[in-house]
Design a binder for this molecule. Structure first.
Ligand SMILES: [Mn+2]
Length: 344
């Protein structure tokens, strides 16, 4: 594996130099965050990003993510031109030499939590998802405050989108994903870019929206939609691990021989009740996912791709983007590197 770290670009308060100080850190996962979904990514911007990272002594290994426009997920007529723009962005990634693209196909919301700063007994804070708190959100209310999404939606816009999805059930969403992949994957394959879909987080329906990338068998179905080495997955231990039915090491071992795991997200979660969990520190003993066996599974399948610590807690009074502070992710990286050396 190639130890990697997510960096939000020049706007990120965490500098590339600080990331470079983490022993063994080689890969950077980044994106052009200012470009709206559906717009082609200019090649020069990718070159600029890549050179900036290389001049800090690391490599740009993954784009996370190029967002997929809602109209593509909804299967609306305008999807064709949006998919064309997506293909252009993928082509530009290939031209510039960025090998992996992480993306997701979650309707409306990306990852979702009910509390972004849940206080722990030791004074740290972490991200939390509680089904009971979910039930208390009133989407029809005039003012709508969703953790992490407050600025992104007003309730009118949100309700319009939710309404549009009323005619899209899980099978229709699979069809729309297939339509997208049939057009993008050949371009990715020809461009030497590996597509890596991220599992839905949490891996179940929220607000009545369909969610399909929720388990090992869903990942199998996904890679069979278009049978190409360029059609793979991001294996996220925390997203999958939030559902007790997902045995993450088994999923890795099952998919490994097919050579379709192109990117690994490693974090732990503590399941606290039915459809409820909070994000725990990375070590196996502190959460519900056996992170040692996860790393052993990666060693067993000979995983050589980029692997990054995922969300961390906020510790040592750090302030910043929820889940994406420096300190706890750096601790996570060192834990993962240590376990990796041990299992190998
Ligand atoms: Mn993840």
């Amino acid at each position: 594996m190639i130890l990697s770290f997510r960096w939000y670009g020049p706007e990120d308060p965490i500098s590339l130099n600080y990331i470079r100080h983490i022993p063994h850190m080689r890969g950077i996962v980044s994106a052009l965050h200012d470009i709206p979904a559906g717009t082609e990514w200019p090649k020069e911007r990718l070159i600029e990003l890549k050179e900036r990272i290389e001049s800090a002594g690391m490599e740009l290994l993954v784009i996370e993510s190029i967002p997929v426009h809602e109209s593509i997920k909804l299967g609306l007529p305008e999807r064709d031109s949006l998919i064309e723009a997506y293909c252009k962005s993928v082509q530009h990634m290939g031209d510039v030499g960025i090998p992996v693209l992480c993306y997701n196909f979650m309707p409306v919301f990306d990852w979702f939590r009910t509390d972004l700063a849940m206080k722990q007994a030791d004074g740290t804070t972490c991200l939390n998802f509680e089904q009971e708190a979910m039930n208390r959100f009133d989407l029809s209310a005039g003012t709508l405050s969703l953790p992490g999404w407050g600025a992104a939606f007003n309730s009118n816009e949100l309700n319009k989108l939710l309404h549009a999805y009323e005619s899209v059930d899980e099978e229709a969403l699979w069809d729309n994903l297939g339509y997208f992949l049939e057009r993008v994957v050949p371009v990715a394959e020809a461009s030497n870019v590996k597509m890596a879909i991220h599992p839905d987080d949490p891996p179940w329906s929220i607000f009545g929206l369909p969610r399909i990338i929720t388990s090992g068998s869903a990942l199998e179905r996904h890679i069979n939609l278009v049978d190409s080495p360029a059609n793979g997955v991001t294996l996220c231990s925390g997203s999958l691990g939030a559902a007790p039915s997902n045995d993450v090491p088994s999923v890795i071992r099952a998919l490994g021989p097919k050579k379709r795991i192109h990117f690994a997200h490693c974090r732990n979660v503590k399941i606290s009740g039915p459809q409820s969990f909070h994000e725990s520190p990375h070590p196996a003993s502190l959460g519900s996912v056996d992170m040692v066996d996860v790393m052993r599974a990666y060693a067993d399948i000979g995983f050589e791709g980029p692997l990054r610590p995922d969300h961390g807690r906020m510790i040592w009074d750090e302030e910043g983007r929820p889940g994406y502070g420096l300190f706890d992710r750096a601790l996570g990286a060192m834990y993962l590197q240590g376990v990796w050396e041990g299992v190998r």
